[in-house]
Design a protein around this ligand. Structure first.
Ligand SMILES: Cc1cc2nc3c(=O)[nH]c(=O)nc-3n(C[C@H](O)[C@H](O)[C@H](O)COP(=O)(O)OP(=O)(O)OC[C@H]3O[C@@H](n4cnc5c(N)ncnc54)[C@H](O)[C@@H]3O)c2cc1C
Ligand code: SF4
Length: 517
């Protein structure tokens, strides 16, 4: 374990950020990495509890107390071995995970006192890359079996890596011009710089995964062609159908689903900062927040990323609206007691930035009632206070109006797209429209599903976990494929006479007998 009683002597160090007013001037990552010695001291705070609740809090089951202790003892190379044992891409989670492990840490019983697990995770993987300890791990033995993984988000990348390391031929199909899924085209560079994603894709390539970008499966390659070429298929296509807002004026120009805007911004930054995409990017669309009054509808991560981009682009003002009531500032023990994920108020990085430069505002319990426009373009948003409980209907007499030049709808995603590969394969869907695959195996033999496409819109840590689990199920299936399931290989001894109880050795068609040979 860490230092005996370490948590009594050493205070928690929170994640450090670059100053909000300074960081809005660029697209570089804003988290400041603490020195290794400081994080080793933070690792010493871990009590290595008999029942480590953090294990359960982490969807990947990361071996947190083990690597906390290894960092405390300055055994960084052993720490990355432990971390990679459960997590393919710790630099994604170390930067982007909301850290449910910390909410479940026993020290968090005293709110705000958890071991700073996420920072330690990030420093282990950063150090490992710097030291050259992260290398390709191609398989020692090829199985001769093959798998297609459709969708190169974190779930697809994890599934492809696991299947390849198990010795199968793996092709990772991606319809965008580069891999990474929402980590590449949703999450902004200031949360994760994209060369980090490309570096992992390079590792996959070095291990022997063929990454085919710019291929929309279901359109450029049919499901039938896929099934003919591969023994197994893993669907990791994400949950990309956005929830829409059905109010008057929705059709006006200047109102867009958040991802349309985020794709535009991420592509523009990629042109400026790289890395180069694997295939040509589509022609750029013009959606900009520069010089505009922007309203973001939806108070979650996606909405925050729209706010972060808008102020970096030079928006005049950004208002983020949320339908639900403002959560309490502290863990509500009657609703979400430790070790559950607390439903409490968290100031987003983006709102911190927007308020620091005097351009942002966030409102709760607001329902949008209609949009108003001129010459086909949105000019105003009409709203009312929302009722306290579902269906959060407008409260009479609370109407208001705000200026709106650009409206971004960040109200979540419904389910994966059904037209295309999902319909062509004919896999069953669950009640919410996600791919039904309770054990990662779908209703169609040899087809598996993972990530947001299976569980609905979620988190990167879950996507990686699901990619690993689906790969395990697909690997088991690939090993169980019997000769009968595969194309017969005709290599002699195919006549009936070979099938008797005495077995096939003598050639019915006059092949050489043992004596003759
Ligand atoms: C703006 C935004 C910010 C977020 N921020 C965070 C965060 O900070 N932390 C966090 O934990 N989570 C965050 N999330 C959620 C997280 O990104 C997702 O849960 C995660 O990326 C899901 O991974 P996935 O691989 O299942 O799907 P995706 O990342 O959506 O990847 C699916 C991939 O499949 C491809 N694809 C789809 N259909 C086809 C097809 N027919 N043929 C070929 N390819 C196809 C898509 O192009 C895409 O690349 C955020 C989400 C959004 C939208
Ligand atoms: S992946 Fe997330 S939940 Fe798991 S240890 Fe890392 S920060 Fe915690």
């Amino acid at each position: 374990m860490g230092e005996l009683g370490g948590f009594l002597k050493i205070d928690r160090s929170n994640v450090a950020y670059r100053d909000a007013t300074e960081r809005v001037g660029d697209f570089k990552e804003f988290v400041v990495q603490r020195p290794d010695e400081e994080l080793a001291a933070q690792g010493a705070r871990c009590m290595e509890c008999g029942v480590p609740f953090c294990h359960n809090g982490c969807p990947l089951g990361n071996l947190i107390p083990d690597w906390n202790d290894l960092v405390y003892r300055e055994r960084w190379q052993d720490a990355i071995k432990q971390l990679h044992a459960t997590n393919n891409f710790p630099e994604f989670t170390g930067r982007l995970c909301p850290a449910p492990c910390e909410a479940a840490c026993v020290l968090e019983i005293r709110e705000g006192d958890a071991v700073t697990i996420k920072q330690i995770e990030n420093s282990i993987i950063n150090r490992a890359w710097d030291e050259g300890w992260v290398v390709a791990q191609p398989p020692a033995v090829e199985t001769g079996r093959s798998a297609a993984v459709v969708g190169a988000g974190p779930a697809g990348m994890a599934a492809a890596q696991q299947l390849r390391r198990a010795g199968h031929r793996v092709v990772l199909f991606e319809r965008d011009e580069a891999g990474g899924g929402l980590v590449r085209f949703g999450v902004p560079d200031f949360k994760i710089e994209k060369w980090l994603v490309e570096r992992r894709l390079d590792q996959l390539r070095e291990e022997g995964v063929e990454v085919r970008c710019g291929v929309d499966v279901g359109r450029d390659v049919t499901a039938e062609e896929l099934r003919a070429e591969f023994d197994a298929v893993v669907l990791t296509i994400g949950s990309r159908v956005p929830r829409d807002l059905e109010v008057d004026g929705r059709e006006l120009d200047g109102i867009h689903p958040a991802m349309d805007y985020l794709y535009v911004r991420n592509r523009a930054i990629a042109v400026e900062l790289g890395p180069e995409p694997s295939t040509d990017a589509p022609a750029p669309r013009e959606i900009t927040a520069a010089g505009k009054h922007v309203i973001v509808i939806g108070g979650g991560d996606t909405g925050a990323d729209c706010v972060g981009h808008s102020i970096r682009e030079g928006a005049l003002s950004v208002t983020q609206l949320e339908l639900l009531p403002e959560p309490p500032s502290h863990r509500p023990d009657e609703r979400t007691p430790w070790p559950l994920w607390p439903q409490k108020f968290r100031l987003s990085y983006a709102m911190e930035e927007a308020t620091a430069i005097g351009k942002g505002e966030q409102d709760y319990s607001i329902v949008t009632t209609r949009f108003e426009g001129e010459d086909g373009r949105v000019t105003a948003l009409h709203y009312a206070q929302a009722g306290a409980a579902p269906p959060f209907a407008p409260v009479e007499g609370t109407d208001g109006e705000m200026q709106a030049d650009l409206v971004l709808l960040a109200m979540g995603f419904l389910h994966p797209e059904h037209e295309g590969v999902v319909e062509q394969l004919g896999v069953d869907l669950d009640q919410r429209g996600n791919i039904k695959a309770a054990t990662y195996a779908t209703s169609v033999k040899g087809v598996f599903a993972a990530g947001d496409a299976r569980r609905g819109q979620s988190l990167i840590v879950w996507a990686i976990n699901e990619g690993r689990q689906a790969a395990r199920m697909a690997d088991r299936f690939l090993h169980e494929i019997t000769a009968a399931d595969r194309e017969p290989v005709f290599a002699g001894n195919v006549n009936d006479a070979d099938d008797g109880p005495e077995g096939p050795p003598s050639h019915a068609d006059g092949g050489l007998s043992a004596e003759e040979e």
